[in-house]
Each structure stands twice: as structure tokens, then as C-alpha cells.
Design a protein around this ligand. Structure first.
Ligand SMILES: C[S@@+](CC[C@H](N)C(=O)[O-])C[C@H]1O[C@@H](n2cnc3c(N)ncnc32)[C@H](O)[C@@H]1O
Length: 191
């Protein structure tokens, strides 16, 4: 329901607070290029922002994005005509992928641990999970605002990734409004 309302002006507003996406796209594209890897599955692709960023960094030919919001996917289809986008969640995905990407959907998922476990099982040998999301806020007002929008800021996500995978390059940064921190990075399948 929330994304049904938001989908039309999503891209023009999210640049103001979904920080770290461009850095993650670059980090991911560089890792895949260095390791001769190609296929990317994005869970919660929204309007396809990351696909466009990956393409700008030379990646995207082997990209598949999925999202449970058909409204967001309609916006995606109007902007990214060459790519496969599916209205689905991770349970319906088969095969293996060099990279499973999560750009800000995990804080919306109550079952994020299980989703990350499933993502890990979909990795090809030596593949990576790429994540960017909210990390922490010390502001009770901002926390209340996020709770209102059912966004669960949770430092546990990064720690859980460190547990099930091997961290390769991870970063915690403060947003420019200094109200919250976000994290991004890539984690490799344990070999
Ligand atoms: C904050 S938006 C981020 C969109 C995009 N990745 C970006 O960086 O602009 C989160 C997206 O995750 C999607 N989403 C939430 N739960 C999901 C689930 N269980 N499976 C697939 N997509 C989901 C929402 O519909 C929404 O489009």
C-alpha cells in the first residue's frame, strides 16, 4: 500500500535519504569485473535505480530484479526497457547468482534473517551478497518516524551478514543530516 502511493515520486525523493547506493553499485561492479563474474539478482529492486547505476558502471546485462510491489515495477518498466523484472519474492527464485543485491529492502522485512539465508544459498561459488541499508539512529524522534513507516533500523543486519558470510569491504557512514548512520558493503560466500 505504501509503495502504491509512493511509486510515482519515488525516484525524485529517495536521493535525499537512501545514501550509499551509488558507492555500493561501484563496489559491486568492480568486484564482479575483477572476478569475471556477471549475474546479479536484486531483491526489492523498486523502480530499478540500482540496475541503472550498475549499467553506468558497465554492469547490468545479466541482471534480474524482483519486487513484491507491482506499482514500483510499473515505474521500473517505463525506465529500464532492456531488463528482466519480476513481481515476486525470493522464495520463487531458482538457480545460482554471482551477486545477490539488497538496496534498502531488508529494514522493511521482518524475516530478514531468513531472506539473507536464502540469498546465501542462491550464490554461485565465491559469489557475494551486496547490501546497503539504514544502520543506527540515536534520535528517538527519527526512530519514531521510521517505526511509523515500518522501517526497522537494525545494527543486527550487518552483524548477521558478518556471521553467515565473509566480509570483504564494509562501511558505516553518517548521513549528511547527522540523524542516522547507514552501512554498505559486500560479503562473500564462505568457502
Ligand atoms: C526502500 S525500497 C528500495 C528500492 C530500490 N532497491 C532502491 O534502492 O531504490 C524497498 C523495496 O523493497 C520492496 N520489498 C519489500 N519487501 C519485499 C519482499 N519481501 N520481496 C521483494 N521486495 C520487497 C518494496 O516493494 C520496495 O520496492
Amino acid at each position: 500500500m505504501y509503495y502504491k502511493r509512493e511509486s510515482r515520486w519515488y525516484d525524485s525523493t529517495r536521493g535525499f535519504f537512501l545514501f550509499g547506493r551509488d558507492q555500493l553499485a561501484l563496489l559491486t561492479a568492480n568486484f564482479l569485473a575483477d572476478n569475471n563474474m556477471h549475474s546479479i539478482l536484486e531483491i526489492g529492486c523498486g523502480t530499478g535505480y540500482m540496475e541503472r547505476e550498475l549499467r553506468a558502471n558497465g554492469y547490468g546485462e545479466w541482471y534480474c530484479g524482483l519486487d513484491i510491489s507491482i506499482e514500483m515495477l510499473k515505474e521500473t518498466a517505463s525506465k529500464n526497457s532492456r531488463t528482466l523484472f519480476l513481481g515476486s519474492d525470493i522464495d520463487n527464485i531458482k538457480g545460482t547468482w554471482d551477486c545477490v543485491l539488497f538496496s534498502y529492502p531488508l529494514t522493511l522485512m521482518s524475516d530478514w534473517r531468513q531472506v539473507l539465508d536464502k540469498g546465501e544459498k542462491l550464490l554461485s561459488k565465491g559469489g557475494i551478497i551486496s547490501v546497503v541499508d539504514f544502520y543506527h539512529t540515536s534520535s528517538s524522534i527519527y526512530q519514531a518516524y521510521m517505526n511509523l513507516h515500518q522501517i526497522g533500523i537494525n545494527q543486527g543486519t550487518k552483524e548477521y551478514l558478518n556471521k553467515i558470510l565473509s566480509p570483504l569491504s564494509t562501511h558505516v557512514l553518517r548521513s549528511k543530516y547527522r540523524l542516522w548512520e547507514y552501512f554498505y558493503g559486500i560479503w562473500q560466500q564462505k568457502i
